[in-house]
Design a protein. Structure first.
Length: 350
């Protein structure tokens, strides 16, 4: 793969224009969307659904638009500071970076919020996992309302939850949950709830994981959608399998990363913990995947001298630094386009 920088005047004008839209077009909204649901500022797309009853294609959890073109869209998400990596198949519309502090045991929360369409989102975060005073970390991680989780059935789990929180029936129209067991996890629990809002029903499926390699944090995947019939619980439980732990960097890499973070770091946002959306977003914490896809389209058109060619495969990689689209085209060419949150843009061809 040979890397190239954008040099000619035409590409500079295209890149600058897209960068201005991507990184400054949102500034005017930054102070008006606080606490606003996702649906008020995202465009409507086709519905998202699982491809098969299990929602699994090989090692990937599957999300695919209804009547989608027969091209494979790989989705790879990593956030090294938050120590996780995720892989699935699906089409993401836009991404919101999360970095906030809440006055609960979740403490510092960092990760991503992904919009698949106006009714379907997925939030993937790493959160503090702080025991209540006088409780050891080990006991905190292996109990549910101070009851040992080992051998606990889903029925027992829900009975304890309802007993300890008698207002659950007031909060949710429907609620069910239980425990999942994975060798690399001390604990993993799931729940699916239905809540009525002014816009209609909102379904939320949550997987909450404590990894053996990182006992002082929780890794939470929250998937929200609008129709409880759209996904089976058994398929959604596989969300527990899409997350992979990223261990600490080497000392040299960590020092370099710390220097880079110091230059651009801002204090975490102090905020309340909302239902599924960060309560404040900044201008450089949101990007549309369409921008990087469009940039790659334009680049391929120039390389092919405007000869028609269809994208056959696309991989979308999301990191804490930005978004990369890497595609294989019908003419067998391969291209790669990157837009970083800093505004830097890169183009490559094979």
């Amino acid at each position: 793969m040979k890397s190239k920088l954008v040099k000619n005047t035409w590409w500079k004008s295209v890149v600058c224009g897209m960068a201005m839209v991507t990184f400054t077009g949102f500034v005017g909204m930054a102070y008006t969307i606080e606490g606003t649901p996702v649906r008020t500022f995202t465009k409507e797309l086709d519905s998202v659904q699982t491809v098969d009853a299990q929602g699994i294609d090989g090692e990937h959890f599957v999300l695919q638009k209804e009547n989608a073109a027969p091209e494979k869209r790989g989705l790879y998400i990593s956030h090294r500071p938050a120590h996780f990596r995720v892989s699935m198949f699906g089409t993401v519309k836009d991404i919101h970076w999360i970095d906030k502090v809440v006055p609960t045991d979740s403490g510092h929360i960092e990760g991503f919020l992904l919009d698949f369409d106006e009714n379907t989102t997925m939030m993937i975060t790493r959160r503090d996992n702080t025991p209540t005073q006088g409780v050891s970390q080990e006991r905190w991680n292996t109990t549910w309302y101070d009851q040992p989780i080992q051998g606990m059935t889903d029925e027992e789990y829900m009975a304890i939850w309802r007993r300890e929180d008698p207002h659950l029936s007031e909060k949710y129209t429907q609620l069910e949950g239980g425990l999942l067991w994975r060798e690399e996890m001390t604990a993993a629990r799931w729940d699916r709830s239905v809540q009525m809002t002014a816009e209609g029903s909102k379904v939320r499926f949550t997987v909450d994981m404590i990894l053996k390699d990182d006992p002082t944090h929780r890794y939470v995947i929250t998937f929200t959608y609008d129709d409880i019939q759209k996904y089976s619980i058994e398929s959604l439980k596989h969300l527990v399998d899409i997350l992979e732990y990223l261990p600490d960097e080497s000392d040299a890499d960590a020092q370099q990363n710390e220097k880079q973070q110091t230059k651009k770091q801002r204090a975490p946002l102090l905020a309340g913990e909302e239902y599924n959306l960060p309560s404040a977003l900044l201008s450089d914490m949101w990007m549309e995947t369409k921008d990087v896809t469009d940039l790659e389209d334009l680049y391929h058109q120039e390389l092919s001298q405007n000869k028609p060619s269809v994208r056959k495969e696309q991989e979308l990689r999301i990191t804490e630094e930005g978004i990369t689209s890497q595609s294989t085209w019908e003419d067998t060419s391969k291209t790669k386009a990157t837009i970083q949150r800093s505004g830097r843009i890169g183009l490559e061809k094979e």
